[in-house]
Design a protein around this ligand. Sequence first.
Ligand SMILES: [Zn+2]
Ligand SMILES: [Zn+2]
Length: 224
Amino acid sequence: MRRIVDGVWEIAFGYVHAHLIEVDDGLVLVDTGLPHRAGKLGVAVRATGHDLADVHTILMTHQHADHTGSLADLRQRTGARVVAHRQDAPVITGERPAPVHHWLLRLSARFLRAEPAPVDRTLEGDGPTGVSGITAVHTPGHTPGHVSFLLDRGGGVLFAGDAATAMLGRVRASPKVTNADHAVAVRSAARLAELDFQVAVFGHGAAVRGDAVSRFRDFAARLR
Ligand SMILES: [Zn+2]
Ligand SMILES: [Zn+2]
């Protein structure tokens, strides 16, 4: 586990991250990592001086199983409210199978399966998440209901999920094969450049600290 800024931690599950945010009345989790990792998350939460029961909200960036993997288990252990976008919620709840647009995803779906979990609040687009100081930004393309989250703290912390990724400080959209609609995903990643934030964290890729938004502006500029 790694502290990103005051009250924000990154928890790595191999190649994928979940993030923990300390708020006035407890903890918020952004994504839940791979399946069968609720125990590991519990250890991480205790290392921050909290208890799993302090997690009152789980914000989901999107429905992919490497992000929703431990959701059902964690919701049961914490009683937290689960928030996801309306368009990805039916996959998370198991009402609809995950759409498979590429053979790689079909292959990974055979090994990576998330238990369905209830979604308690659905998001329609940009706007409040129900957690004060955290706003949702609809960033479709990777999945139709992908959302990024903006935390109003220390000049802004962006939780980009898989709307973007970073390598050696260079920001770009997620790889084409992972995106349901790559052109839309690229537009969403570029749109994040219009926000204001100092720090950006990703589902995959290293966090960018200090004027992170300028790396997004560089990305948007490369498209022109
Ligand atoms: Zn994804
Ligand atoms: Zn991912």
